[in-house]
Design a protein. Structure first.
Length: 706
């Protein structure tokens, strides 16, 4: 087994497979220069689509049978409430959906009453509401979704002036529609409250299986390929860490909402903890493969990875489907993972620990289960920590969220004035596109504009064709119901797909609500306003309070250096509490690297920033920090990791990383003592990092104050 298998992929095929895949929001991908607009087909939610379509379609069908205009307001509100429902704990969803229903009704009725007072009154009030709706994104994803939908309510409410009686009716019917959708989602058609969290945990295990599969292909290379391993790290580690943190947040939110940790929640936490520790071990195995191992070591690593991948996939499927496993049938496979690697002590120790964590996860899916105790759910947050503190902490000129809210409000003001003065029936689409396309960062805005424009044009063409065949009100109602189901079922695939599926629904709705307009006229106006709004949103991010990404890269790099200094000190230390400190610092270092790569990705997609010297140096530093993190993972599990060898080098490694992160004027003196075999590769990576950030022993501009 010293030579690669005849079916082993060539180095060129491995590099292409690792580095050229289009990422999505859940798995950003290896190429930081490419927008993550790939499709995530596992995000299809048929049950969510049917429920949302039912909430909206029942009221709409009722209007088709018994025409009464206020029923359309109720149906529209039910549809918008489904947009606000992003899942999560029942208490949080109830709070968001109920608040949206009541505030949305008041906004529609109130702005309708203000409409006759003219632009000097209407525009400032509407802009104040838009600022609040875009700023509340600091609270949570649910609040961000509700704020975006309330912006839609504001723009549509300004289309027509209302009398006091009409305003009262619209407000009541809007609230009724939103509360009907809330009742359907949380009481009548209640989805399993634990399912989203368990699916998130299952996706972490599935991501680990993909990581192992890719690592197995790299292990088949006759010689280590630095480019391939760097691409592997960016393609998988960032996505796995993101999945772990997403699942952890969902589980803890579920525990806090119920003010206790149930058995199911505790099981999810243990499964996630096991996955996170396996992730650390796999990083160590990747580092062993990248450090020019002997043929015997490479063959042993291939053996472990080949046996491990199907086990991880089985665990992921069992968690996702809530299925039972027969641990006795899995045990022989678990034993084979660590078999025949005893001659490689470090790899044997890693394989043994991985098997132990897989065994725990498998036992949690057995009929008798696993009953932990004493897990801390983090406590229930008070109203101040949950609501007031995020508003105060982000109310600073350096906050991207505050800049985003101010930018959206400033651009919306003239757009509102123009559309209310000279616009036609569909002019509100311009303001809606402006505000919903604009994001705190340029790269996210550019991505959202591309997806919204492309989805609108393609979906508009489909909607015009469908509208041609919808000849009767019942046919229109049936098509609208079907399109609503398809649109919401595809909501998690990608934003572009969601807009593509949603636009035909909008075209048919407008034909019902605004008779007298042809479907092609509706499509043309929607596409035109969407393109114009998208272009203005992208330009605004470059002109109004732009967030210069090299500055963000510098800040994130400093934080990554500091967290890796803490990680190195924890790994190279000795004594009680070492493992707990390592777990904490490893997580912080991984999160800091994710944030650094997100900033690098945004910089590479910003005009001219991708060729900035700071960004280019940070790219090298990012890859070096990934290797330092991997080497520390090896030392964590190596037999000699805690041996009292080369203490001067241990201190120098942590102190140098900390000095780079703090932008110290001088760096620690490099020791003259022998490094020792366990630290030689780590010290070489620190030297490379120092040479990148401090060329010629002078203070580099990368970490110097701007």
């Amino acid at each position: 087994m010293s030579a690669p298998s005849p079916q082993a992929p060539s180095p060129r095929r491995v590099r292409r497979r690792v580095s050229t895949g289009r990422g999505n929001l859940a798995q950003p991908g290896a190429d930081l220069t490419r927008l993550p607009i790939g499709l995530d087909l596992r995000g299809i939610q048929i049950s969510e689509g049917v429920r949302a379509g039912f909430a909206f379609g029942v009221v709409f069908l009722l209007h088709a049978l018994f025409p009464w205009p206020p029923l359309l307001s109720m149906a529209f509100a039910a549809n918008l409430a489904c947009f606000c429902d992003t899942g999560g704990p029942m208490h949080a969803r109830l709070r968001v959906l109920t608040t949206f229903s009541l505030i949305g009704g008041l906004l529609w009725g109130g702005l309708g009453l203000l409409r006759p007072m003219g632009l000097p009154v209407v525009v400032p009030v509407a802009c104040a509401v838009i600022f609040a709706c875009t700023y509340i994104r600091v609270w949570s994803i649910q609040a961000q979704a509700a704020g975006n939908v309330l912006v839609v309510v504001v723009c549509i409410a300004l289309d027509r002036a209302l009398s006091p009686a009409e305003a009262g009716t619209v407000a009541l019917m809007f609230a009724a529609g939103g509360l009907w959708a809330t009742l359907l989602a949380l009481v009548i058609w209640r989805l399993h409250p634990y399912r989203p969290a368990h699916r998130a945990v299952a996706e972490v295990w599935r991501s680990l299986a993909r990581l192992v599969g890719d690592l197995e292909r790299l292990a088949a290379l006759p010689e280590p390929q630095a480019e391939a391993f760097d691409g592997h790290a960016r393609a998988h580690r960032r996505g796995v860490r993101l999945g772990i943190e997403t699942a952890r947040a969902m589980i803890l939110d579920l525990a806090r909402s119920r003010e206790r940790v149930s058995e199911r929640t505790a099981q999810a936490l243990l499964r996630l903890e096991s996955a996170e520790q396996i992730f650390s071990h796999l990083i160590a195995i990747a580092e062993l493969l990248d450090s020019r191992p002997s043929p015997a070591q490479r063959a042993a690593a291939q053996h472990v990875l080949r046996r491990l991948r199907p086990l991880l996939a089985v665990i992921a499927r069992a968690i996702r489907e809530d299925a039972s496993l027969d641990l006795a049938r899995l045990e022989p496979s678990l034993v084979r993972v660590a078999r025949d690697v005893a001659d490689e002590p470090t790899l044997a120790r890693l394989a043994e620990r991985i098997v132990g964590r897989v065994r725990i996860a498998a036992k949690l899916s057995t009929p008798e289960g696993y009953r932990p105790g004493g897990l801390d759910e983090g406590g229930r947050l008070g109203w101040r920590a949950r609501s007031l503190d995020p508003l105060v902490q982000n109310f600073t000129p350096s906050s991207p969220n505050l800049r985003h809210a101010l930018r959206a409000t400033l651009v919306a003001a003239p757009a509102l004035a123009a559309t209310l003065s000279f616009g036609g029936t569909f002019a509100h689409w311009l303001v809606i596109t402006l505000v919903l396309t604009m994001q705190p960062f340029y790269a996210a805005t550019w991505q959202r504009a591309l997806e919204r424009i492309g989805g609108t044009v393609l979906g508009g063409l489909v909607g015009a064709v469908l509208a041609y065949y919808a000849a009767t009100p019942l046919w229109q109602a049936g098509m609208i119901l079907a399109l609503s189901i398809v649109g919401f079922a595809a909501r998690q695939i990608s934003y572009g797909v969601f807009v593509t599926c949603l636009t035909p629904l909008v075209v048919l709705l407008v034909e019902v609500l605004e008779p007298g307009h042809s479907s092609w006229e509706i499509v043309a106006e929607r596409a035109g306003f969407t393109i114009l709004g998208g272009l203005i949103a992208v330009a605004s991010c470059l002109v109004l309070w732009p967030i210069w990404e090299p500055d963000q890269v510098r800040q994130e790099l400093r934080r990554a250096l500091s967290t890796h200094a803490d990680f190195a000190r924890a790994v190279l230390a000795a004594g009680e509490g070492r493992e707990a400190a390592i777990d904490t610092t490893a997580r912080e270092a991984g999160l800091a690297l994710n944030d650094l790569e997100a900033a690098l990705s945004r910089a590479l997609q910003q005009p001219r920033a991708g060729h900035h010297p700071e960004v280019e140096a940070a790219m090298v530093a990012d890859a070096t920090l990934r290797r330092i993190s991997a080497r520390l993972s090896v030392l964590r599990h190596a037999p000699d990791a805690t041996a009292p060898i080369a203490p001067a080098w241990k201190d120098w490694i942590g102190d140098t990383l900390a000095a780079l992160g703090a932008d110290a004027s001088t760096l620690p003196q490099r020791p003259e003592a022998a490094q020792g075999p366990s630290l030689a590769r780590l010290a070489a990576q620190v030297d490379l990092l120092t040479g990148t950030l401090r060329p010629g022993d002078s203070r580099a501009a990368l970490l110097a104050p701007a």
